[in-house]
Write a protein that binds this ligand. Structure first.
Ligand code: CTP
Length: 416
């Protein structure tokens, strides 16, 4: 493949739905009529050149502003659903989402800091602020130049040669998250990291400590959401980068096996579970250190604390030998995700008990409510809750099958 031989409209047709394709053509026509230019850019173009369906549609607008984007969305019969101070817009048109960014230059005041956006600029300047050659190309959507690819850093060549290459030597010092991105892309796409880029990774990897925890968390989550998460993590480990993110993460065969079989479905819950699995072997001090460093939210922290407590519990208590009410008493206070994380590390008998708890015991309700217990003669107060709990445990163990039996048991307690 080289620049001239790509039949780009065939590619676009193959990789995009007809709806999106038509939408992009309309966007290009409208932009040109308004004396501006519009390009398909970044990972979206990379994926199309690799004959893959892109996850997102990313466009860059040159010589246009927020008014033009507003008019464009009205022309398409859609609306802007998000607009940031950094000249980025999210358009929704008939359930299709399109991201548009005004072309911009970025300046990094210190390594790892967020860039300062200095000015609106040409498409070449915009491409120069990007990470790797394969992500620094633009495809024109204007009718006059439709399908022309701007490829200032030979990205097409690197796609052909399966190469991940930075476009300038400061790329990783500007933004050390790119080190994690390079490794993620290399495994995902089965590309090699070019030697010069690899030596820059080694030179700047300690700068990962200068990135905010929030950005490290985002990159880690992107890695964990990939199908090849275990290979990416192993590569990070080999390059001694995992240790920089968090020392003592022990990527043993069990963790790799869990990661290899993990089917990612729900974003937030699965993020919690995957992080919990990754740091399962850390002690509680390191877990808290990790959580604080990455600014994890309180739900994350509760899940990680619970995970560690359940892990200790399962080391001391044989869950598979307990009766139902005892299983309930051991687990009821813990978060669902923390139980699931421990399930991944449990033997078959314990897994069965965890499933029994999650599928049945957890949602069992006491056979009598407070009012019904008061109607039996109980005085309002803590005794009501005690009786309800007792009845619930008896029900879980199969000693109470209906309300009448529950009333008899409750009356016996009240008469004691
Ligand atoms: N980008 C960059 N440096 C970063 C993050 C992003 O230069 N630290 C640029 C790249 O050109 C990238 C584009 O912004 O292609 C969009 O970023 P993102 O959506 O994170 O990546 P994609 O390339 O779309 O890749 P992915 O398939 O991982 O979503």
């Amino acid at each position: 493949m080289n620049n001239s031989k790509i039949n780009i409209s065939k590619r676009l047709n193959e990789c995009l739905s007809t709806q999106i394709f038509d939408l992009l053509i309309k966007c290009g026509e409208f932009t040109e009529r308004n004396s501006a230019s519009l390009f398909l850019v970044g990972g979206c173009l990379r994926d199309i050149l690799l004959n893959k369906r892109p996850k997102d549609i990313d466009l860059t607008l040159v010589n246009g502003d927020s008014n033009l984007v507003q008019n464009l969305s009205e022309y398409l019969g859609g609306k802007i659903i998000f607009k940031s101070q950094f000249f980025t817009y999210k358009l929704k048109v008939n359930n299709n989402i399109i991201d548009i960014t005004e072309a911009r230059k970025e300046v990094y005041s210190s390594p790892g800091s967020l860039p300062k956006i200095t000015s609106k600029c040409s498409i070449d300047d915009d491409l120069y602020r990007r990470d790797f050659t394969i992500n620094s190309m633009a495809l024109s959507l204007n009718p006059a130049s439709l399908g022309n690819i701007i490829d200032p850093f030979n990205g097409i060549n690197d796609i052909n040669n399966k190469n991940i290459r930075i476009i300038h030597d400061n790329s990783f010092s500007d933004d050390p998250t790119r080190i994690l991105r390079a490794i993620r892309y290399s495994i995902r796409l089965n590309f090699n990291i070019d030697n010069q880029t690899l030596s820059k990774i080694n030179e700047f990897k300690s700068n990962i400590n200068s990135i905010t925890g929030f950005r490290i968390k985002n990159e880690l989550i992107k890695i964990l959401r990939e199908d090849s998460r275990s290979k990416i993590l192993l590569y990070l480990d080999t390059l001694k980068i995992l240790d920089i993110i968090q020392p003592n993460i022990n990527l043993n065969t069990k963790i790799n096996e869990i990661f290899d079989n993990f089917q990612f479905k729900d974003e937030y819950i699965d993020d919690l579970i995957l992080i919990g699995i990754l740091i399962y072997n850390l002690n509680i001090q390191n877990i808290i250190y990790f959580a604080e460093k990455l600014y994890l939210d309180s739900i994350f922290i509760k899940t990680l604390r619970d995970t560690n407590e359940i892990k200790q519990l399962l080391q001391n208590v044989k869950l598979d030998k307990l009766k139902n009410s005892s299983i309930y008493k051991q687990l009821y206070k813990y978060k669902y995700e923390a139980i699931i994380i421990n399930r991944y590390f449990s033997n078959e008998n314990v897994c069965q008990k965890i499933d029994l708890y999650l599928n049945k015991l957890k949602d069992t309700i006491p056979p009598l409510n407070g009012k019904e217990i008061i109607a039996l003669g109980a005085k309002p107060g803590p005794i009501i809750k005690e009786i309800m709990d007792y009845l619930l445990h008896e029900k879980l163990d199969g000693n109470i099958k209906n309300k009448d039996q529950a009333k008899i048991k409750a009356t016996q307690i009240l008469n004691k």
